[in-house]
Design a protein around this ligand. Structure first.
Ligand SMILES: [Zn+2]
Length: 262
């Protein structure tokens, strides 16, 4: 499968790179196609290694970023690796001994979204052997030699979803507004975090979880039912399921979620 990018590095007029997300590009292209191409055509690169050119492609009404055919990433670039298969990654995510490390990866990923320091994506590479992944052997020497190294699959919740983004274990992320909700009470209560497109009341997806998980999340993130938190960066590991027109992911452990404010 060709790598899909949800952001690209834009080389601006000052010869500096800035991030263009897929949803920003789609907004721009649907507002004024000519000005999109004037500004960005030929000036987008791999968001990590800045080497291959990236172009926008429209297939069946869905836009996505794709590297120009035949272009190579630098040897250690995150996007040069194959994603970990869903079953293998699910098994890794559900093993509790990995939760602290997985949470650390989410934290770094969110800090990267928030531009806090120069954080690369190497810590989202894992060693996969016999359908089992570990964080062993992910030093740069092994990465350069590409010894059974795969990348954690990632998906922005504010970019459009395709069928192949559903029912797969991935790292989901987004810059969104969130609202915490509790319906019902006691052991039968439903706990959810709703994620909205920023500054709009457009629901992107929800995250549902048990009372046990809710207790930790309420404490860690000062969640108050029905209070909206704006300009948040969220990241979590789960699989997204479609229920009618709604997208929902089930969160099985509080450490599989991380959130911070802009
Ligand atoms: Zn690259």
């Amino acid at each position: 499968m060709a790598t899909k990018y949800e952001e690209a590095a834009f080389l601006n007029d000052n010869d500096a790179f800035e991030t263009l997300t897929l949803d920003e590009a789609i907004n721009c292209i649907s507002t004024d196609q000519n000005s999109y191409y004037q500004r960005y055509d030929g000036r987008l690169y791999c968001p990590e290694c800045h080497t291959p050119h990236i172009g926008i492609v429209n297939r069946d009404g869905n836009y996505f970023f794709r590297a120009y055919p035949g272009s190579e990433h630098t040897p250690t670039c995150f996007y040069g690796f194959e994603p970990i298969s869903s079953n293998t990654f699910q098994e890794y995510v559900l093993r509790e001994e990995n939760h602290d490390e997985l949470n650390g990866k989410l934290q770094r990923f969110v800090y990267r979204l928030l531009n806090r320091g120069n954080i690369d994506l190497h810590n989202l590479l894992l060693h996969v052997q016999n359908d089992r992944c570990t964080s062993n052997n992910t030093n740069l020497v092994n990465i350069r030699n590409r010894r059974e190294i795969r990348r954690i699959p990632t998906k922005s919740i504010s970019a459009p979803f395709n069928n192949d983004d559903l029912n797969c274990y991935m790292l989901f992320y987004g810059k969104v507004d969130v609202r915490y909700s509790i319906k019902g009470s006691g052991a039968n209560a439903f706990h959810k975090i709703y994620c909205y497109k920023r500054d709009r009341n457009e629901l992107l997806c929800s995250l549902s979880f048990s009372r046990n998980v809710a207790v930790h999340l309420e404490n860690n993130y000062n969640l108050i039912p029905d209070e909206k938190k704006s300009n948040m960066c969220v990241a979590f590991y789960s699989e997204m399921k479609r229920n009618g027109q709604f997208l929902n992911a089930r969160l099985t452990h509080s450490k599989l979620f991380f959130m911070d404010s802009q």
